[in-house]
Design a protein around this ligand. Structure first.
Ligand code: TYD
Ligand code: MG
Length: 452
């Protein structure tokens, strides 16, 4: 029998050690190093005959490289295509991460059911019946989608060889195990080995593979960081489970930008692509309410109108509470300090709550101005006109700073019928021929006089 080799891996960062130690030298975490049994096989799993195998590579002039090989498959899902940068690249490995129950399996099963290609959906998490039940909620009519419930990579490759699918989906990488490694499924060496086998398969046959990955408590994809280095694209499916909106983002993309965003709505019959998010994110109201303001933000290339709600009330306890959902709490504290110091608002003894509607998290600094407007409105208990919107960053000295791609934001606001948009005076824009009024402001103090 082959000699059993063991090594030690840090479960946090994947660093390998020859012997056990208490702290990882690389990531400085304690008690993360565990022993794993490892029997590296000589031969690999995925066998293709030599005619299919690529020849040893030679240097090529960059002009001579044929781009048509990087052809993409249409996923028949506008949002998914956009996030990937125009479709699924042949031979690429994509990792989709997200919290349990967020809808990863639903998203990929739904996609499999839409694809006109021979699709193999491998599940190690659910039985065929469970998958069929889920498929029936979505759209059961598809003849080219095959379901395989299997966790051993050797068996999966055997099926792949006979079926020759055009795209493979694995739900999830943490449930796979390879015979060559003795540690249990989900351990670092298993994840690494199974991913390596899948990469080899994907690259040699130009078949795209999409992996689902679990994430840990703190939001990282479970397993070693190395998994994210191995794959071509890392997507994150996020959102608040209590809200209907789900957001798909690319964290890493070898074939496109990472700024793009896909928005879905979870319905009883699967996920619906949201192509006009602004209209959905702004709640329909008859009357204007105090504490609400609308921000003209951008996510990737797409403008997005988002509603910000603030509640300012007298603190019940000694220490006032500050809480923000969907917005950075430190940034909220900073904006409150600016309002206190520059605009003379006494907010020190007030509780301030801030909420971005729709369960969306916004990083765009242009939302600052709407946050300030919402806080002022709630503090004065006076509503803003509900056809006002805002786009500007607030600096520490209370100045309103320009934001990028202001034209696009203005166009979106115009399209949705807003009457006025508040932007920084320092943004270079032409004010002529516009259906919307552009209100230029320089300081937060000005905002108070203009909106109240
Ligand atoms: P699922 O795809 O199983 O999540 P993950 O694979 O990320 O763990 O998502 C399951 C949730 O989605 C579950 O709570 C039920 C809900 N759901 C719907 O609301 N509508 C549907 O059509 C489907 C299939 C699921
Ligand atoms: Mg799942």
């Amino acid at each position: 029998m082959a000699k059993v080799k063991t090594t030690f891996f840090c479960q946090n960062c994947g660093t390998q050690y020859a012997k056990w130690q208490g702290q990882c030298n690389v990531c400085k975490e304690w008690n993360t190093i565990t022993e794993e049994v490892l029997q590296k096989p000589e031969r690999s799993n995925w066998k293709v005959d030599s005619s299919q195998r690529k020849q040893a590579s030679k240097p090529l002039k960059i002009m001579d490289i044929d781009l048509s090989e990087e052809a993409r498959l249409n996923s028949f899902d506008e949002e998914f295509n956009r996030v990937l940068g125009g479709g699924i690249v042949l031979g690429s490995l994509t990792l989709l991460g997200g919290e349990p129950g967020i809808g990863k399996s639903t998203l990929l099963l739904q996609m499999s059911l839409k694809l006109p290609y021979r699709t193999l959906y491998v599940s190690g998490e659910e039985s065929e019946k469970q998958i069929k039940m889920r498929a029936q909620r979505i759209n059961p009519a598809n003849n080219s989608c095959y379901i395989l419930t299997e966790t051993k990579t050797q068996n999966i490759f055997k099926q792949i060889e006979s079926l020759e699918p055009e795209i493979v989906i694995i739900d999830s990488i943490q449930t796979l195990h390879s015979d060559y490694i003795e540690s249990s499924a989900g351990s670092i060496s298993q994840i690494k080995e199974c991913t390596t086998e899948l990469i080899k398969f994907a690259k040699e046959t130009a078949t795209p593979v999409i992996l689902i990955g679990h994430i840990t408590k703190d939001g990282n994809i479970a397993g070693p960081k190395i998994l994210e280095h191995m794959v071509d694209t890392v997507l994150q499916f996020e959102g608040d489970r209590n809200h209907v909106f789900r957001i798909l983002r690319a964290h890493k993309n070898r074939f496109g930008s990472t700024n793009e965003l896909g928005i879905y709505e979870m319905q009883g019959s699967g996920l619906r692509e949201v192509s006009n998010p602004s209209e959905l994110l702004i709640s329909e109201k008859e009357e204007a309410l105090s504490g609400n303001a609308i921000a003209a933000t951008l996510e990737g290339m797409r403008p997005l109108m988002i509603e910000v709600q603030a509640l300012v009330s007298t603190a019940v306890y000694g220490t006032p509470q500050r809480s923000a959902t969907g917005f950075n709490a430190k940034r909220l504290n900073m904006l409150l300090a600016v309002l206190e110091k520059r605009a003379g608002f006494r907010l020190g003894a007030k509780d301030v709550f801030l909420n971005i509607t729709g369960g969306i998290t916004v990083d765009d600094p242009a939302i600052d101005l709407a946050v300030v407007a919402a806080i002022l409105s709630s503090n004065e208990d006076e509503s803003l006109q509900n056809d006002f919107c805002f786009a500007g960053e607030v600096g520490l000295s209370g100045e309103i700073r320009p934001v990028q791609r202001i034209e696009q934001r203005i166009l979106e606001a115009e399209k949705l019928g807003f009457s006025t948009i508040f932007v920084s005076k320092y943004n270079k824009i032409s004010l002529k021929n516009r259906a919307i009024k552009i209100q230029l402001i320089t300081k937060v103090e000005d905002l108070v006089n203009l909106v109240m």
